[in-house]
Every structure is written in structure tokens, then in C-alpha cells.
Design a protein around this ligand. Sequence first.
Ligand SMILES: Cc1cc2nc3c(=O)[nH]c(=O)nc-3n(C[C@H](O)[C@H](O)[C@H](O)COP(=O)(O)OP(=O)(O)OC[C@H]3O[C@@H](n4cnc5c(N)ncnc54)[C@H](O)[C@@H]3O)c2cc1C
Ligand SMILES: NC(=O)c1ccc[n+]([C@@H]2O[C@H](COP(=O)([O-])OP(=O)(O)OC[C@H]3O[C@@H](n4cnc5c(N)ncnc54)[C@H](OP(=O)(O)O)[C@@H]3O)[C@@H](O)[C@H]2O)c1
Length: 543
Amino acid sequence: MTHNPPPPKLSLLPESAPFTPEQRAWLDGFFVAALGLGESGITALSPQDSAALLAGAGGAAAAEDDDGAPWHDQTMPLAERLKLAEGKPLRRRLMAAMGQQDCGQCGYNCQDYADAIFVKKEAKLNLCIPGGKETLRTLKSLYTELDAAPAPGPATNAAPANAAPPAAAPSAPLGRSRDTPAEAVFLSRTRLNKPGSAKETWHIEFDLTSCGLDYVVGDSFGIYPSHDPALVSAVIEALGVSADFPIRGRALRDLLTDSVALEVAPDSLFQLYSYITGGERRLKAKALASGEDPDGDAATLDVLSAMEKFAPARPDPEAFVEALEPLQPRLFSISSSLKSNPGRVALTVDTVRYKIGQRARLGVASTFLGERAAPGAKVKAYVQQAQHFALPQDPAASIIMIGPGTGIAPFRAFLHERMATKAPGRNWLFFGHQRRDCDFFYEDELTGMRAAGVLTRLSLAWSRDTEQKFYVQDRMREVGRDLWSWLADGAYVYVCGDAKHMAKDVERALVDIVAQFGARSTDEAVAFVADLKKKDRYQQDVY
Ligand SMILES: Cc1cc2nc3c(=O)[nH]c(=O)nc-3n(C[C@H](O)[C@H](O)[C@H](O)COP(=O)(O)OP(=O)(O)OC[C@H]3O[C@@H](n4cnc5c(N)ncnc54)[C@H](O)[C@@H]3O)c2cc1C
Ligand SMILES: NC(=O)c1ccc[n+]([C@@H]2O[C@H](COP(=O)([O-])OP(=O)(O)OC[C@H]3O[C@@H](n4cnc5c(N)ncnc54)[C@H](OP(=O)(O)O)[C@@H]3O)[C@@H](O)[C@H]2O)c1
């Protein structure tokens, strides 16, 4: 199967629209860029939808997009983002409500998702995983404005919040988007930490030969996980019905296992409790449903603990399931290359486990991969093509990769690819984690690549081996002169891993290095790094 076919030339404007050929070409270009339509995995808007976007935006879509989306920063709190978007047209406020990671988990970029909601092409408001409940609440509230306004486009009825992903159109290739998953075969898990580590990180492999999926390095792999059976049993027990209770033609246990989210208790569940409880509990349920935190425990309430909080009230099982959100797929950066490992895909997964009160909480997808998926099991999965995260076209270009923790994943893939294709470009990896003795992922492989000259430089940073934390950006500063010299020679920079802190801190360090060794003022250094980003020479895959 070939990958990345050239995108078809899209014409988005109705034939009858009164534009000159030049205006038409400019507008088509604008929409293709603004809506990311040239890129795979995102549904192209129909001519009617794009005309609706124009009309709904008062014909000023281009001017709006000149606002630079100053809220597009994943570290900025939602309230601040919304403030920056105050007074802006609705589609821009919708965008400001998103998690701003452009992580692709919803199947779009933040702006594309907002625009798709605006033209009523996308009915689901609950797809933004980084934004969580806050984003969902804001989108719902903004949606009422959209409902009040004349429909900007062909209205679709909002799907029930926990509707299953739409069935694949007969011709849609399976495994190319979250709505059309294929079945990959789970092969193996291998622990990457040695004894004594505080982390639990796994190298996971899937076989793709039976589903025929392919990918390129830089892409991510989306998987539909299933819940821990013990959690499902506890929820069924709290409901007080049989595990076989039939709902939507399936047994309750099966539905709870793979179709609905049991992590964060949604507002609609509290709403449901407000109908079936009385007195103070009813008021509390109502308050929780509207985003208040009457007992200071809102952040700890998953579905089971919400049920325990409002026991002995027991919702009707069907109403209960209706009140839950659908179980969303999770993305993982691919850490292998088909060129060196045909028919396989590898992931590098940190297992999320924490305790609240007496109960251990499990990250659903990471523990599914880290402990529950059985070798040989078929798992619903898809490839999320990377947007702006790829090796340089020129195999001779140098690359600098900065990936602490699981951030190493796509860089292992890059290195395998560069080795398999005998790319002559230099490769420099910054890796770091807590402790050298037990958290040096892929140590043998990396030292082997270093010895073979594939890995030109390997710079390491162990945060907990010394009294003072020492991070990848500290190592970068130490070797700043050499880093600058690679940059000045045209190297590409890649960052992968934690979005909230690491990615910002690494960017700050790079700015300082450019200022110090490139003899620039801070403003000039900031502009230099911004220019690297614009030229796709600074690419990020952060989550
Ligand atoms: C593009 C992309 C690439 C990614 N690549 C990778 C990768 O290569 N490797 C990888 O491991 N992950 C990666 N992720 C993250 C991954 O998708 C999942 O988000 C992660 O595995 C957690 O999912 P989960 O289902 O296990 O946890 P969930 O069930 O979603 O639980 C996670 C949630 O639990 C809560 N939580 C976590 N810890 C605590 C705590 N200590 N106290 C209280 N609450 C807590 C938080 O609300 C958190 O959001 C990537 C994400 C994206 C978007
Ligand atoms: N939201 C958050 O606050 C947060 C923070 C970290 C990770 N995560 C998430 O946890 C998941 C798994 O993480 P992971 O296994 O990849 O490892 P990780 O927890 O990201 O840690 C990898 C390494 O990065 C270090 N680190 C911590 N803060 C840093 C910073 N500001 N700059 C540079 N390095 C920093 C860690 O050090 P120390 O642990 O010793 O500080 C550790 O050595 C990811 O999904 C990630 O997004 C979230």
C-alpha cells in the first residue's frame, strides 16, 4: 500500500459563487490551509460547508485568521484563553476552548475541529481529550450561541454523546482515522525500566500484516482500549443489576468494558443523580453538574467514586449508560520504522497508575497495553498521520532530537529509518529520564548506533541521580556552542514528550543558546526560533 498520496487539488467554492478565477484560487488556497484540508485524516468540507463558513463568518474568515490565535498555547489556562478570544467571532472562541495541543486525538487540529463544529459538520463536542470536561462545558455553552444563530451550514442532529464511532463507509480504507479503525494484532510487551525504577514503561509491538496498515516515521498509532475487568465489575455491582443486563443489544458488562469512559465522571452523570436523589445530595449533584465543587473532591471523582458518593441512589442502567461519555481512543507516538521492521509497529508506553484514597486508579489505555492485552489479541487501531512532524526530505540534513522519557519514541523510529535508508545526515539525540541505572530506555540499541556512527552524538540527562534536578535542557545549555553550530549549518530540531513543562523549557533553552552563541538579542533569538518553526525546522510532538 502506498503512503501519503499527493493530495487532490481541492476546490471548495460552489461553481456559481461570484468570484474571478484569481479570487477563487486565493480562497481555495486559504480554506485548504486554514482547515488543514490538504492533509489526510481530516474530512474535506463540502462546497456548501465552506460557503457556510464564509457566510457564517460574515465573509471575514481571512481577516479573523490574521488574529494570530494568541490563545494557541497548551500551557495557558482555559479562562485566559477565552479572555483573549473575547469579542472574536464564534468560530475563534470555539477554537480558544480547545486544549491547544494540536495533538490530533480528536482527528483534527484545534482550529479544524472548531471550524468543523461551527459549520455543523462535526456534531460531537466531546472529542478534545487534553481539554477534558472544561473544554466540553465551554463548547456546549458556545454551541447554544450557534444554535441560536441562523444555521451556518447543513445542520446535522447532534449524535448522542456516547454514540459509537460511525461505521466505516464501504470504500473508506480501514485504519486511516479514528472513525474507521482496523484490527491490529497485539504481539508483545517488554519492560524498558530495570528493577528499582519508579516508572513502568513498556516497549509494545503489534503485527500489522493481517490488517495491511502502514505508516511513516513520525506518525502516531491510535488504539481503542478496554477497561480493567475489576473496575467494570465494581461499577456493575454499584448499579445492582446483572452483568448480562441487555443494553443496545449488548450485555452491560461488554458495553462498560469497551464503549464508555469510566475515568472522569461527566456532568451528565451528576445531572442524572440530581434527578434521583433529594435534599442536600440533590443540590450537590446539581452543583457538580454545573462545574462547581461543593465538597472539594470534584477532581477525584471517576464514575465509580461518583456512584459511591451518591449511594444508595442507583440509576436505571440504561439512563446510566446514556449519561456516560464514549471511550475515546488514545494516541501513541510510533517508535519503529517499517523499513527495518516490516509489518510491525512499536510503541513506548508509560503506564499511568495512581492512588486516590484506598483505590488504585489505572490509566485505561496505558494499562491495557502494559498489562491486559493478551498476545494474539486483535485490537481496534488506526494510524494518525503526523502533521508537521517528519524527517527532513533531504537525507543529508542534520537532525537534533530532544526526547526525555517516552519522548524518545519517534526518535527511535527516526534513527531506525535513517539507518535502514543509509541517510548520510548527522543525528544528535538528547535523552533523559529519572535514573541512569534503571531508566535508560533502549540503551544497548543506542550505544550500538553510537558505535556504528549512526547516532553522531548522544547527550544524556538524569534528573534524579544528583541532588539538583538535571534535565535535557540543562545538557543542551552545556553544549550550546555545538548546538548552535549544528543549527547554523541547517540542522532540524525535534522535540517530543511532555507538553506542559518540558516543551516550553526546551524552547526557552534553545532561545538562550541562539542568543548567546548566535550573538543575537533575546528578541532576535525568539524571532530566529519562530522562523525555524515557520520553516518546519523546529517540529514538536508533545502531549
Ligand atoms: C500525539 C500523542 C502521542 C503520544 N505518545 C505517547 C507515547 O509515545 N507514550 C506514552 O506513554 N504516551 C503517549 N501519549 C499519551 C497517551 O495518549 C495517553 O494520554 C496516556 O497513555 C495516558 O492514557 P491512559 O488512557 O492510560 O490514561 P487515562 O485513563 O486517560 O488517565 C490519564 C488521566 O489520569 C489523570 N491522572 C494521571 N496521573 C494522575 C495522578 N497522579 N493524580 C491524579 N490524576 C492523575 C489525569 O487526569 C490524566 O489525564 C501521547 C499522546 C498524544 C496526544
Ligand atoms: N502534566 C504534567 O505535569 C506531566 C509532567 C510530566 C509527565 N507528564 C506526562 O506523563 C507521561 C509519561 O511521562 P514520561 O514517562 O514520558 O516521563 P516524564 O514523566 O515526562 O519524565 C521524563 C523525564 O523528564 C523530566 N522532566 C520533568 N520535568 C521536566 C521539565 N520541565 N523539563 C525537562 N524535563 C523534565 C523528568 O524528571 P523528574 O520526573 O525527575 O522531574 C524525567 O527525568 C506523559 O504523558 C507526560 O505528558 C505529565
